[in-house]
Design a protein around this ligand. Structure first.
Ligand code: SAH
Length: 216
């Protein structure tokens, strides 16, 4: 079992990242340290173990795979890019090799636009927690809002990250939708130079991590 947040971050750093990231789909992998902060908070809040975790915009699966390692009952990886299924499979293999755990049957991949995603009717909604590092909406304006609205439809508790510069917008969205900001932590996120439009080798962006909960 994972004993420390550090140990979790070290493992997450071993996972494969996007090989040919799509600029249009805003594909950038979560930094392993930042992913570990979000996942550790979920765990301390008892919102991973025995839960059904929906990883919206899962990409190569770093967040959902971390949740599997920390004891999630099931993880649903959702991404509009069908290629992510094999990327996630490869990373699940790395999980199996590193921890000698078999997570077969504890996850599935759904290739859908987030707007179209629906939970199976048999799923007990009270067990569902949403975990995501959505597109920040820099390329597709307001895509972060679309992700948040879907998350609200699926669960009472959302773990998410956004550009710190959009915090005011997130706060307003929470007010309008009866969501409490239960936890908020500002940090920064290195984006490696995997996309051509980035000029500097490693660019750091300010990000804020949130746990949002329905207050009604
Ligand atoms: N959550 C991953 C990936 C973040 S990048 C991580 O933390 O590393 C954002 C992801 O959202 C990409 O994989 C991209 O393919 C996906 N995405 C972009 N637009 C989407 C949409 N409309 N519906 C579903 N997924 C989308």
């Amino acid at each position: 079992m994972v004993r420390t947040r550090r140990e979790l971050a070290v493992f997450l750093s071993k996972l494969n990242v996007f090989t040919k990231p799509s600029f249009i789909l805003e594909q950038y992998v979560s930094d392993s340290e930042v992913a570990a902060i979000l996942l550790w908070k979920m765990m301390l809040n008892s919102e991973i173990e025995d839960r059904i975790i929906v990883d919206l915009g899962a990409g190569t699966g770093i967040l959902g795979i971390g949740a599997l390692l920390l004891g999630a009952k099931h993880v649903i990886f959702v991404d509009v890019d069908s290629k992510m299924k094999t990327e996630i499979e490869k990373n699940i293999e790395i999980l199996n090799e590193n921890w000698e755990i078999d997570v077969e049957g504890r996850w599935n991949f759904v290739c859908k636009d987030v707007k179209e995603f629906q939970l199976d009717e048999k799923i007990d909604k009270t067990e569902v927690i949403v975990l995501m590092n959505p597109p920040f909406g820099t390329r597709n304006k307001h895509l972060d809002k679309v992700f948040l609205e879907k998350a609200m439809e699926l669960t009472h508790s959302i773990y998410t990250m956004h550009k710190t510069s959009t915090k005011v917008f997130i706060e307003a969205l929470c007010r309008d939708n009866n969501l409490d900001i239960y936890w908020l932590e500002d940090t920064s996120f290195p984006i490696k130079n995997t996309m051509q439009q980035h000029t500097k080798k490693i660019e750091r962006i300010e990000v804020s991590l949130f746990n949002l909960r329905k207050n009604n």
